[in-house]
Design a protein around this ligand. Structure first.
Ligand code: HMG
Ligand code: MG
Length: 301
Protein backbone atom coordinates (compact mmCIF):
# COMPACT_ATOMS: atom_id res chain seq x y z
CA UNK A 1 0.00 0.00 0.00
CA UNK A 2 1.41 3.37 -1.02
CA UNK A 3 -0.22 6.72 -0.19
CA UNK A 4 -1.79 8.68 -3.07
CA UNK A 5 -0.30 11.88 -1.79
CA UNK A 6 2.45 12.86 0.61
CA UNK A 7 2.72 16.02 2.66
CA UNK A 8 6.32 17.18 2.81
CA UNK A 9 7.46 19.09 5.88
CA UNK A 10 10.39 21.19 4.71
CA UNK A 11 12.86 21.53 7.57
CA UNK A 12 15.79 23.08 5.69
CA UNK A 13 15.55 26.58 7.20
CA UNK A 14 15.69 25.06 10.72
CA UNK A 15 17.24 21.57 10.74
CA UNK A 16 19.27 22.44 7.66
CA UNK A 17 20.74 25.75 8.73
CA UNK A 18 21.05 25.20 12.51
CA UNK A 19 24.36 23.40 12.03
CA UNK A 20 26.02 26.08 9.86
CA UNK A 21 29.14 27.51 11.49
CA UNK A 22 29.01 30.90 9.78
CA UNK A 23 25.99 33.11 10.28
CA UNK A 24 23.70 32.80 7.30
CA UNK A 25 22.54 36.32 6.38
CA UNK A 26 18.97 37.12 7.38
CA UNK A 27 18.09 38.05 3.79
CA UNK A 28 19.26 34.63 2.57
CA UNK A 29 17.10 32.84 5.15
CA UNK A 30 14.08 34.92 4.21
CA UNK A 31 14.68 34.37 0.48
CA UNK A 32 15.03 30.63 1.07
CA UNK A 33 11.71 30.35 2.93
CA UNK A 34 9.90 32.44 0.33
CA UNK A 35 11.38 30.39 -2.53
CA UNK A 36 10.33 27.16 -0.81
CA UNK A 37 6.76 28.35 -0.38
CA UNK A 38 6.76 29.49 -4.00
CA UNK A 39 7.81 25.94 -4.96
CA UNK A 40 4.63 24.65 -3.34
CA UNK A 41 5.84 23.40 0.03
CA UNK A 42 2.89 23.76 2.37
CA UNK A 43 4.79 23.36 5.66
CA UNK A 44 8.14 25.06 6.19
CA UNK A 45 9.86 24.92 9.57
CA UNK A 46 11.11 28.48 9.73
CA UNK A 47 13.51 28.36 12.70
CA UNK A 48 13.74 27.68 16.40
CA UNK A 49 13.48 29.48 19.72
CA UNK A 50 16.26 27.60 21.51
CA UNK A 51 19.11 28.99 23.57
CA UNK A 52 21.36 31.12 21.33
CA UNK A 53 24.29 29.91 23.42
CA UNK A 54 23.55 26.38 22.29
CA UNK A 55 22.57 27.07 18.68
CA UNK A 56 23.72 30.58 17.64
CA UNK A 57 22.55 30.16 14.05
CA UNK A 58 18.87 30.26 15.07
CA UNK A 59 19.20 33.43 17.17
CA UNK A 60 17.41 35.58 14.60
CA UNK A 61 14.30 33.44 14.13
CA UNK A 62 12.06 36.28 15.27
CA UNK A 63 13.53 38.55 12.58
CA UNK A 64 12.99 35.83 10.00
CA UNK A 65 9.32 35.55 10.99
CA UNK A 66 8.92 39.31 10.85
CA UNK A 67 10.45 39.58 7.39
CA UNK A 68 9.01 36.67 5.40
CA UNK A 69 6.16 37.27 3.03
CA UNK A 70 3.72 34.49 3.87
CA UNK A 71 1.95 32.50 1.23
CA UNK A 72 -1.70 31.81 1.96
CA UNK A 73 -2.23 28.22 3.09
CA UNK A 74 1.43 27.67 4.02
CA UNK A 75 2.36 26.84 7.61
CA UNK A 76 5.57 28.14 9.19
CA UNK A 77 6.13 26.17 12.44
CA UNK A 78 9.04 26.85 14.78
CA UNK A 79 10.91 24.49 17.11
CA UNK A 80 10.63 25.15 20.84
CA UNK A 81 12.47 23.33 23.70
CA UNK A 82 10.90 24.87 26.83
CA UNK A 83 8.48 27.51 28.18
CA UNK A 84 10.98 30.29 27.51
CA UNK A 85 11.06 29.26 23.86
CA UNK A 86 7.27 29.07 23.76
CA UNK A 87 6.95 32.57 25.21
CA UNK A 88 9.33 33.85 22.55
CA UNK A 89 7.27 32.10 19.88
CA UNK A 90 4.05 33.59 21.26
CA UNK A 91 5.61 37.06 21.17
CA UNK A 92 6.84 36.62 17.59
CA UNK A 93 4.69 37.56 14.60
CA UNK A 94 2.07 35.08 13.40
CA UNK A 95 3.25 31.83 14.96
CA UNK A 96 0.42 29.31 14.64
CA UNK A 97 2.33 26.10 15.17
CA UNK A 98 5.28 24.89 17.22
CA UNK A 99 7.29 21.67 17.25
CA UNK A 100 8.60 20.13 20.47
CA UNK A 101 11.27 17.46 20.64
CA UNK A 102 12.36 14.63 22.91
CA UNK A 103 14.85 11.81 22.42
CA UNK A 104 14.59 8.04 22.69
CA UNK A 105 18.16 7.95 24.03
CA UNK A 106 19.16 9.29 27.47
CA UNK A 107 22.66 10.31 26.41
CA UNK A 108 21.40 12.26 23.41
CA UNK A 109 18.74 13.98 25.52
CA UNK A 110 21.45 15.15 27.92
CA UNK A 111 23.71 16.44 25.13
CA UNK A 112 20.96 18.08 23.12
CA UNK A 113 18.78 19.67 25.80
CA UNK A 114 20.70 19.09 29.04
CA UNK A 115 18.10 16.96 30.81
CA UNK A 116 16.82 13.40 31.03
CA UNK A 117 14.06 12.03 28.81
CA UNK A 118 11.60 12.03 31.72
CA UNK A 119 12.44 15.64 32.63
CA UNK A 120 12.06 16.70 29.00
CA UNK A 121 8.64 15.04 28.74
CA UNK A 122 7.45 16.81 31.90
CA UNK A 123 8.72 20.09 30.47
CA UNK A 124 7.11 19.47 27.08
CA UNK A 125 3.77 18.58 28.64
CA UNK A 126 3.70 22.08 30.16
CA UNK A 127 4.81 23.65 26.88
CA UNK A 128 2.18 21.75 24.91
CA UNK A 129 -0.60 22.61 27.34
CA UNK A 130 0.22 26.31 27.30
CA UNK A 131 0.66 26.33 23.51
CA UNK A 132 -2.72 24.71 23.00
CA UNK A 133 -4.32 27.17 25.44
CA UNK A 134 -3.04 29.87 23.10
CA UNK A 135 -4.52 28.10 20.08
CA UNK A 136 -1.25 26.82 18.64
CA UNK A 137 -0.92 23.45 16.93
CA UNK A 138 1.87 21.30 18.37
CA UNK A 139 3.91 18.72 16.52
CA UNK A 140 6.27 16.33 18.31
CA UNK A 141 9.63 14.87 17.34
CA UNK A 142 11.34 11.79 18.70
CA UNK A 143 15.10 11.79 18.04
CA UNK A 144 17.46 8.83 17.71
CA UNK A 145 14.71 6.41 16.67
CA UNK A 146 17.14 4.19 14.76
CA UNK A 147 20.32 4.79 16.73
CA UNK A 148 22.18 7.22 18.96
CA UNK A 149 25.63 8.72 18.43
CA UNK A 150 26.50 8.02 22.08
CA UNK A 151 24.56 4.87 22.99
CA UNK A 152 24.44 3.02 19.66
CA UNK A 153 21.35 0.86 19.28
CA UNK A 154 18.14 2.30 20.72
CA UNK A 155 15.35 -0.06 21.84
CA UNK A 156 12.25 0.21 19.66
CA UNK A 157 10.13 -0.03 22.81
CA UNK A 158 11.70 3.21 24.08
CA UNK A 159 10.91 4.96 20.79
CA UNK A 160 7.28 3.83 21.05
CA UNK A 161 7.09 4.95 24.69
CA UNK A 162 8.39 8.47 23.96
CA UNK A 163 6.21 8.80 20.85
CA UNK A 164 3.17 7.76 22.85
CA UNK A 165 3.97 10.33 25.53
CA UNK A 166 4.12 13.11 22.91
CA UNK A 167 0.87 11.89 21.37
CA UNK A 168 -0.81 11.73 24.78
CA UNK A 169 0.17 15.30 25.64
CA UNK A 170 -1.62 16.52 22.52
CA UNK A 171 0.83 16.59 19.61
CA UNK A 172 -1.27 16.29 16.46
CA UNK A 173 1.53 14.38 14.75
CA UNK A 174 4.70 12.66 15.89
CA UNK A 175 7.72 12.77 13.61
CA UNK A 176 10.16 9.88 14.00
CA UNK A 177 13.72 11.14 13.64
CA UNK A 178 16.65 9.04 12.47
CA UNK A 179 18.79 11.91 13.71
CA UNK A 180 22.10 10.43 12.60
CA UNK A 181 20.89 8.60 9.52
CA UNK A 182 22.06 5.14 10.54
CA UNK A 183 18.82 3.30 9.77
CA UNK A 184 18.27 0.64 7.14
CA UNK A 185 14.90 -0.29 5.58
CA UNK A 186 13.84 -3.31 7.62
CA UNK A 187 14.80 -1.61 10.88
CA UNK A 188 12.90 1.51 9.83
CA UNK A 189 9.85 -0.66 9.06
CA UNK A 190 10.04 -2.51 12.39
CA UNK A 191 10.36 0.76 14.28
CA UNK A 192 7.36 2.38 12.55
CA UNK A 193 5.28 -0.80 12.99
CA UNK A 194 6.03 -0.79 16.72
CA UNK A 195 5.06 2.88 17.09
CA UNK A 196 1.93 2.34 14.98
CA UNK A 197 0.69 -0.16 17.55
CA UNK A 198 0.27 2.82 19.87
CA UNK A 199 -0.41 5.78 17.54
CA UNK A 200 -2.41 5.61 14.29
CA UNK A 201 -0.18 5.69 11.20
CA UNK A 202 -2.02 8.77 10.00
CA UNK A 203 -0.48 10.73 12.89
CA UNK A 204 3.13 9.65 12.19
CA UNK A 205 5.79 11.30 10.05
CA UNK A 206 9.21 10.07 8.89
CA UNK A 207 12.21 12.33 9.53
CA UNK A 208 15.23 10.56 8.10
CA UNK A 209 18.73 11.97 7.83
CA UNK A 210 20.84 10.67 4.96
CA UNK A 211 24.26 10.13 6.53
CA UNK A 212 24.75 6.66 5.05
CA UNK A 213 22.67 7.28 1.91
CA UNK A 214 19.84 5.06 3.18
CA UNK A 215 17.14 7.67 3.66
CA UNK A 216 15.21 7.14 0.40
CA UNK A 217 15.26 3.37 0.83
CA UNK A 218 14.03 3.75 4.41
CA UNK A 219 11.35 6.19 3.29
CA UNK A 220 10.04 3.88 0.59
CA UNK A 221 9.73 1.12 3.15
CA UNK A 222 7.66 3.23 5.54
CA UNK A 223 5.59 4.78 2.72
CA UNK A 224 4.58 1.22 1.86
CA UNK A 225 3.31 0.87 5.42
CA UNK A 226 1.11 3.91 4.86
CA UNK A 227 3.13 6.78 6.32
CA UNK A 228 2.20 9.85 4.27
CA UNK A 229 4.12 12.72 5.91
CA UNK A 230 7.81 13.10 5.16
CA UNK A 231 10.27 15.63 6.59
CA UNK A 232 13.09 16.68 4.29
CA UNK A 233 15.56 19.47 3.78
CA UNK A 234 16.19 21.31 0.53
CA UNK A 235 19.58 20.34 -0.93
CA UNK A 236 20.01 17.92 1.98
CA UNK A 237 21.20 20.80 4.13
CA UNK A 238 22.10 20.22 7.71
CA UNK A 239 23.17 17.93 10.43
CA UNK A 240 22.63 18.02 14.15
CA UNK A 241 24.94 20.15 16.33
CA UNK A 242 24.81 17.40 18.98
CA UNK A 243 25.42 14.46 16.65
CA UNK A 244 28.94 14.76 15.22
CA UNK A 245 29.39 13.44 11.69
CA UNK A 246 25.66 13.22 11.01
CA UNK A 247 24.74 14.85 7.72
CA UNK A 248 21.54 16.56 6.69
CA UNK A 249 18.05 15.31 6.19
CA UNK A 250 17.11 13.47 3.06
CA UNK A 251 17.07 16.12 0.30
CA UNK A 252 13.63 17.43 -0.61
CA UNK A 253 14.58 17.35 -4.31
CA UNK A 254 15.33 13.61 -4.05
CA UNK A 255 12.07 12.91 -2.22
CA UNK A 256 10.01 14.87 -4.78
CA UNK A 257 11.74 13.13 -7.70
CA UNK A 258 11.01 9.72 -6.15
CA UNK A 259 7.38 10.60 -5.41
CA UNK A 260 6.88 12.02 -8.92
CA UNK A 261 8.28 8.83 -10.42
CA UNK A 262 5.82 6.76 -8.41
CA UNK A 263 2.84 8.97 -9.29
CA UNK A 264 2.46 10.17 -5.69
CA UNK A 265 1.25 13.76 -5.41
CA UNK A 266 3.24 16.22 -3.29
CA UNK A 267 2.23 19.55 -4.82
CA UNK A 268 5.87 20.59 -5.14
CA UNK A 269 7.31 22.04 -8.36
CA UNK A 270 10.69 20.34 -8.78
CA UNK A 271 12.16 23.07 -11.01
CA UNK A 272 11.34 25.82 -8.54
CA UNK A 273 12.55 23.65 -5.66
CA UNK A 274 15.90 23.06 -7.37
CA UNK A 275 16.22 26.80 -7.97
CA UNK A 276 15.60 27.44 -4.25
CA UNK A 277 18.23 24.84 -3.36
CA UNK A 278 20.73 26.24 -5.85
CA UNK A 279 20.37 29.73 -4.38
CA UNK A 280 20.98 28.70 -0.75
CA UNK A 281 23.81 26.38 -1.80
CA UNK A 282 25.45 29.31 -3.60
CA UNK A 283 25.10 31.42 -0.45
CA UNK A 284 26.73 28.65 1.58
CA UNK A 285 29.43 28.19 -1.07
CA UNK A 286 28.87 24.50 -1.71
CA UNK A 287 27.18 22.11 -4.11
CA UNK A 288 23.78 20.73 -3.12
CA UNK A 289 23.99 17.31 -1.44
CA UNK A 290 21.00 16.25 -3.56
CA UNK A 291 21.86 14.09 -6.58
CA UNK A 292 18.66 15.25 -8.31
CA UNK A 293 19.58 18.90 -7.75
CA UNK A 294 22.98 18.33 -9.33
CA UNK A 295 21.36 16.93 -12.48
CA UNK A 296 19.05 19.95 -12.67
CA UNK A 297 22.02 22.30 -12.18
CA UNK A 298 23.94 20.59 -14.99
CA UNK A 299 20.94 21.02 -17.34
CA UNK A 300 20.91 24.75 -16.55
CA UNK A 301 24.56 25.23 -17.62
P1 HMG B 1 20.22 24.83 29.75
O1 HMG B 1 21.58 25.47 29.70
O2 HMG B 1 20.05 23.59 30.57
O3 HMG B 1 19.06 25.84 30.14
O4 HMG B 1 19.79 24.54 28.25
P2 HMG B 1 18.87 26.96 31.17
O5 HMG B 1 17.41 27.01 31.45
O6 HMG B 1 19.83 26.79 32.32
O7 HMG B 1 19.28 28.27 30.35
C1 HMG B 1 20.60 28.58 29.96
C2 HMG B 1 20.59 29.92 29.26
O8 HMG B 1 19.85 29.83 28.03
C3 HMG B 1 19.92 31.02 30.07
O9 HMG B 1 20.50 32.25 29.68
C4 HMG B 1 18.49 30.99 29.55
O10 HMG B 1 17.82 32.21 29.72
C5 HMG B 1 18.71 30.72 28.09
P3 HMG B 1 21.56 32.98 30.66
O11 HMG B 1 20.81 33.20 31.94
O12 HMG B 1 22.72 32.04 30.80
O13 HMG B 1 21.88 34.25 29.89
N1 HMG B 1 17.57 30.01 27.47
C6 HMG B 1 17.00 30.39 26.32
N2 HMG B 1 17.24 31.41 25.49
C7 HMG B 1 16.45 31.51 24.39
N3 HMG B 1 15.46 30.64 24.10
C8 HMG B 1 15.20 29.61 24.92
C9 HMG B 1 15.98 29.46 26.08
N4 HMG B 1 15.99 28.57 27.08
C10 HMG B 1 16.95 28.92 27.93
N5 HMG B 1 14.22 28.75 24.61
C11 HMG B 1 18.09 24.29 26.57
C12 HMG B 1 18.56 23.91 27.96
C13 HMG B 1 16.95 23.36 26.21
C14 HMG B 1 17.62 25.74 26.58
C15 HMG B 1 19.26 24.14 25.58
O14 HMG B 1 19.84 22.88 25.78
C16 HMG B 1 18.85 24.28 24.16
O15 HMG B 1 18.47 25.35 23.71
N6 HMG B 1 18.94 23.18 23.36
C17 HMG B 1 18.51 23.20 22.00
C18 HMG B 1 19.40 22.36 21.17
C19 HMG B 1 18.91 22.32 19.74
O16 HMG B 1 18.32 23.25 19.24
N7 HMG B 1 19.21 21.20 19.06
C20 HMG B 1 18.84 21.03 17.70
C21 HMG B 1 17.38 20.81 17.51
S1 HMG B 1 16.84 19.12 17.83
C22 HMG B 1 17.12 18.31 16.33
O17 HMG B 1 17.76 18.84 15.47
C23 HMG B 1 16.50 16.96 16.11
C24 HMG B 1 15.29 17.00 15.19
O18 HMG B 1 15.63 17.55 13.93
C25 HMG B 1 14.73 15.60 14.99
C26 HMG B 1 15.79 14.59 14.59
O19 HMG B 1 16.52 14.80 13.63
O20 HMG B 1 15.82 13.56 15.28
C27 HMG B 1 14.17 17.86 15.80
MG1 MG C 1 16.61 16.40 12.30
Amino acid sequence: MLPESVRIVEVGPRDGLQNEKDVVPLAAKVALIEALSEAGLSTIEAGSFVSPKWVPQMANTEDVLRRIIRRSGTRYPVLVPNLKGLDAALAAPQVEEIAVFAAASEAFSKKNINCSIAESLDRLAEVTEKAKDHGLAVRGYVSCVLGCPYEGAVPIAKVAEVAEALDAMGCYEVSLGDTIGVGTPLKARAMVEAVAERIPLGRLAAHFHDTYGMALANLLEVLRLGVSVVDSSVSGLGGCPYAKGATGNVATEDVVYMLNGMGIHSGVDLDKLCAAGAAISATLGRDPASRVARVFAAKEE
